[in-house]
Design a protein around this ligand. Structure first.
Ligand code: BGC
Length: 714
């Protein structure tokens, strides 16, 4: 008999339910319920998993109790959110997505896993794979933006990074693909609100990232808090059992979100914890995080015959198997026993700086304002986010102690030691207090350039941070206005460094700033990265993974929309448009400028006649016509113009990068599996439909900038 079967045969119901329970330690508060000391519950086997505990000391202390003082000595599974780095913070996921670099996505997850594991953890609740097309939704910050195909590539990289090659090794963490599924399209962008989307949108956009995670071997999945078309995800039998377990063959652990089983009562599908626990168990949720519904509800449910011991055993088996795969039975103290070498920290910081530099998206750069000429002697660094070390973290880091962040002010001072740099915040980040505006704007008089650091505060994005007005606060707008007026009167360029966890609606900034850097939140190395770009040490190379609306009324706005029977025509009243704003976004998906200027030519697509098993090779030539070395991100889209169901105007199917010196020519090749040109037919079954398909290649989803070749599917 295997170790797991042997254990299972000896376990009491209390011990079994303990293995299905995950309790917070109170180290990091990540939800509305805080519990006290779990030591006694660990001792009697009624708690088998912890979250929000971190550090070799506390984790090993608890582990010792589980291993040495419980009847069966089953080790604990200890997990924590590692959303964008652990002690050293990397850019927010939405920012990192902008780097369009799978190698970096994987490396940051690997490094975060090493840090987390060195802190005694064996599991992380990441990556978040929820596609977001609505900047009002605060958790946009935690994901990879608006596209399902892109999020699938992120999913693969992150799962590989967190889990490494060998899950049992001392630096590997079990990853958790969350939140399954379609949490992004919450109604009107309001956190935890219900979700109503079509089966087609679900399958085309929101499920593929989870499928990619499962194919990459993700060990755990977390159902979303939300309901989908009336069924809460925590109790969603068709998606959890039929799709995940049966269709995809996922046999890992399903861990509920924080108190989500208990919340089935407020969703209105369960009368009490007994019913809630029954629903979740029947859907195949293995671990109850923080609701205590399994411990309280399942004994009664068993008695009433609502659930069977076999159903409980199936969950326990999966949890024990995960612990076994993580190597916890063989050596429960493996993680957290070897302190990392000091050099690891130095290298990780260097990586954090590289990723941060690559995550910034230069939205605008009129008259080549950036990089600042070396002759710039006097710089006014204005705004409440210029010297805001804490806010640089970006939302949602769970490890309490983190490395100190660099600010824009400190970064610029270090990068430009000869420049005279003056600073005034002008206004606070959140509070509408305007008395400092005049003095801050007065700094413009003595400056050759202004760096204006404005945007959201650290807690204005992330969980429970939906905003009906995702834009600059009025008092920050007043500061910007005062600075623009003063600067334009004196011919001083204004560079806006915009911080946010989401695209903001910023038509005024776009109209008035000379340059705009979307810095999102970049983590520990924020200030150095921004200074590297402003000073020209590096060229901006980030591309926005989400469309920026010019008006909130355009939301949801995304490149993958389907056509209309009456496409927009300015000369025809009865076409698809607004009376008061254009259809075009402020910045398209993929938009992002650099210090080079790339021209594309000669798109080649081989073969021209494509069968389902072919690999399509797409090549395009580029030349850097600018004056500086730079890196270009090349996007590949497809468009199936005539098909049995209406297909999106553009579908992302590839991207790659090329770095070129000024005047240098080069070419890139992107391979696309022909099977990736399939779509779901009217019955939602994948088909490779014969006919013409356009392959479009270029710098962003702006249609006019794309080169096009047509292939024929045969
Ligand atoms: C969040 C999850 C997170 C969990 C544990 C919840 O509030 O929705 O994403 O993993 O807390 O911290």
């Amino acid at each position: 008999m295997s170790r797991i079967e042997q254990l299972l045969s000896q376990m009491t119901l209390t011990e079994k339910l303990g293995q299905l329970t995950m309790t917070a330690s109170g180290y990091a508060v990540t939800g509305p319920i805080i519990v006290g000391d779990s030591t006694d519950s660990i001792k009697d086997g009624s708690v088998g998993n912890l979250l929000n505990m971190v550090g070799p000391g506390p984790t090993h202390e608890m582990q010792k109790i589980a291993v040495e003082q419980t009847r069966l000595g089953i080790p604990l599974l200890i997990g924590l959110d590692i959303i964008h780095g652990h002690r050293i913070l990397f850019p927010l996921p939405i920012a990192e997505a902008a780097s369009f670099d799978p190698r970096l996505w994987e490396r940051t997850a690997r490094e975060a896993a090493k840090e987390g594991a060195a802190d005694g953890l064996a599991m992380t609740f990441a990556p978040m794979l929820d596609v977001s097309r609505d900047p009002r939704w605060g958790r946009t910050a935690e994901g990879g933006g608006e596209d399902g195909w892109l999020n699938s590539r992120i999913a693969e990289a992150k799962v590989r990074g967190f889990q490494g090659d060998d899950l049992s090794s001392k630096d590997a963490l079990a990853a958790c693909a969350k939140h399954f599924a379609a949490y992004g399209p919450v109604n009107a962008g309001r956190e935890y609100a219900p979700v109503d989307i079509s089966e087609r949108t679900l399958r085309e956009v929101h499920l593929p990232p989870f499928e990619a995670a499962v194919k990459a071997g993700v060990e755990t999945i977390m159902p979303a808090f939300t309901d989908l078309n009336g069924i809460p995800m925590t109790a969603h039998v068709p998606l959890l059992r039929d799709y995940l377990r049966s269709e995809l063959g996922f046999d890992g652990v399903l861990v509920s979100d924080y108190n989500a089983i208990g919340e089935l009562i407020k969703h209105g599908v369960a009368a009490d914890l007994v019913e809630a626990a029954t629903l979740a168990l029947k859907a195949g949720v293995d671990i109850d995080m923080m609701a205590d519904a399994y411990r309280k509800g399942l004994p009664v449910a068993l008695e009433r015959g609502l659930v069977t011991m076999d159903e409980i055993d199936a969950c326990v088996r999966r949890v024990l198997r995960l612990k076994e795969k993580l190597g916890l039975f063989d050596d429960p103290y493996r993680r957290g026993s070897t302190p990392e070498a000091p050099q690891a920290l130095v290298d990780r910081r260097a990586l954090a700086r590289e990723v941060a530099t690559r995550s910034v998206v230069m939205l605008k750069n009129e008259h080549d304002t950036l990089p600042l000429p070396a002759s710039t002697q006097r710089i006014a660094v204005i705004g409440p986010l210029a010297d805001a070390a804490y806010d640089m973290c970006g939302c949602w880091w769970a490890a309490g102690e983190h490395e100190p962040n660099t600010t824009v002010l400190a970064g610029l001072r270090a990068a430009l030691p000869a420049a005279q740099i003056e600073h005034a915040a002008g206004v606070p980040i959140l509070e509408d207090e305007r008395s400092g505006i005049a003095a801050a704007a007065a700094l413009v008089d003595n400056a050759n350039a202004v760096v204006l650091c404005i945007g959201e505060g650290v807690r204005q994005s992330g969980e429970a941070a939906s905003r009906a007005y995702p834009e600059l606060a009025a008092h920050q707008r007043a500061l910007a206005q005062a600075v623009f007026e003063r600067a334009s009167a004196r011919g001083v360029p204004v560079i806006v460094v915009l911080f946010s966890g989401r695209p903001l609606v910023i038509p005024e900034l776009d109209a008035k700033a000379d340059a705009i850097l979307a810095a999102w939140f970049l983590g520990t190395e924020a200030g150095h990265a921004i200074a590297d770009l402003i000073s020209g040490k590096a060229s901006p190379s980030g591309r926005t993974p989400m469309t920026w609306p010019r008006a909130l009324g355009q939301v949801p706005i995304f490149f993958g929309q389907r056509p209309s029977g009456r496409p927009m025509n300015a000369d025809d009243f009865y076409t698809s448009k607004y009376l008061d704003v254009s259809n075009e976004p402020l910045y398209a998906f993929g938009h992002g400028l650099g210090y080079g200027r790339f021209a594309y030519s000669d798109l080649r697509v081989i073969p021209e006649r494509v069968t389902e098993n072919d690999t399509i090779r797409v090549t395009v030539d580029l030349v850097n016509e600018g004056k500086r070395a730079a890196e270009e991100t090349v996007f590949l889209f497809m468009r199936d113009k005539i098909a049995s169901v209406a297909r999106p105007l553009l579908e992302l199917r590839g991207f790659t990068k090329i770095a070129l010196q000024p005047g240098e020519r080069g070419s890139v090749e992107i391979e696309v599996a022909a099977s990736d040109l399939r779509f779901l037919d009217a019955g939602l079954k994948p088909v490779f439909e014969k006919g013409e398909v356009e392959i479009l290649v270029g710098p962003s989803a702006e249609r006019e900038k794309l080169l096009v070749q047509t292939v024929r599917l045969v």
